[in-house]
Design a protein around this ligand. Structure first.
Ligand code: FES
Length: 336
């Protein structure tokens, strides 16, 4: 069965099958609703059910408390319809925020690059049969063949390139997607199924203030896309990219960013090692930021990496007086 779903604050409706999360049906129609992880962990997609009945499905009590359920709140990325629905997003929705959003779609592509680029990190490039439009910072879900499992990876290429998507894959020992597939069986020429774009991370409109971008591990991927896009479209007056790793073996694409630094005066690149002495910055990547900036007042920041790094980064930026609403972070879910 399909059900008609409406959003009280928008003059738009969509039809949603029984087994599809309500958020997905809107995104497929190109109707933007707040969301981030689409895995039931961040809570960004909370909606109030004004009319009708939903099934909470996989919603955890951690993200959606029993009190919230009693108050008629649901997670849009998990809940499926049991009847026609009238919903209202909990997070304020600004349909005129000037950001162009692209509809969610299924795409198929061919693996054209699969390279080891750092310790336990591979670069995967997929050439799509049909282009997929996305915004810099967004991610796609890659389906693990022969399973119901999908894993989320941010696009690392600029959004001007819609038919060749670049992903950075970190191996998780014994992980079904990475260790079991992408680091073992996957070969050039393989066909892969993807779904995208998803997520709300990114620098989508021009901004007046300089931006600090902090990456740890494969958290570099969305920032690589954002940097290329922001430089090409002159979205910010100055960009400072910090890339953190433990040793030289953890860093990749250094040459790429050094070249970009030479090409664009408004771009500064700072790779940083925490466990190896070298001719670059040493120590935690967030300490390098603290060292370089005595004040971050009036600046913005984009962070992506392992949660402890992101937490430390946010603390450091706040200590340097960056406004919390100017700090954008991508929750980095360890894709096994
Ligand atoms: Fe639904 Fe994160 S909990 S998008």
């Amino acid at each position: 069965d399909t059900h008609e779903i409406r959003i009280s604050t928008l003059e738009k409706s969509t039809s949603c099958p029984d087994d599809q999360p309500v958020l997905e049906s809107f995104l497929r129609e190109g109707i933007w609703l707040p969301h981030s992880c689409t895995q039931g962990t961040c809570g960004t997609c909370k909606m109030k059910v004004l009319e009708g009945e939903i099934d909470h499905r996989g919603s955890s009590e951690y993200t959606l408390t029993l009190e919230e359920r009693d108050a008629g709140i649901a997670l849009g990325c998990q809940a499926t319809p049991r009847s026609n629905l009238m919903l209202e997003p909990v997070e304020q929705l600004d349909p005129d925020d000037g950001v162009v959003r692209h509809p969610l779609k299924d795409v198929i592509g061919t693996v054209v690059t699969l390279d080891d680029i750092a310790r336990d990190i591979r670069r995967l490039v997929v050439e799509l049969d049909d282009p997929m439009n996305f915004n810099a910072g967004q991610y796609a879900e890659i389906k693990v063949p022969g399973t119901d499992v999908a894993r989320q990876y941010s696009m690392a290429n600029p959004p001007s390139q819609t038919d060749r998507l670049e992903f950075h894959i970190k191996r998780t020992p014994d992980g079904i997607a990475t260790d079991g597939w992408m680091f073992r069986e996957m070969q050039r020429g393989d066909r892969v199924e993807l779904k995208g774009p998803l997520g709300d991370f990114g620098m989508n409109t021009p901004q007046e203030e300089p931006a600090i971008l902090i990456a740890g591990g494969t958290g570099l991927a969305p920032l690589k896309s954002i940097v290329q896009h922001a430089l090409a479209d002159e979205l910010a007056p100055q960009l400072y990219l910090y890339q953190g790793g433990r040793t030289r073996q953890d860093l990749y694409d250094m040459e790429f960013f050094h070249r970009l630094e030479q090409q664009y005066e408004q771009f500064t690149y700072r790779p940083c090692l925490s466990e190896e002495e070298w001719n670059g910055a040493t120590g935690m990547v967030t300490d390098a930021v603290l060292e370089d900036f005595t004040s971050c007042k009036g600046l913005s920041a984009y962070l992506c990496g392992p949660p402890p790094m992101v937490e430390a980064g946010v603390r450091a930026l706040k200590r340097r007086r960056m406004a919390p609403r100017k700090i954008f972070r991508e929750e980095f879910l360890d894709a096994s």
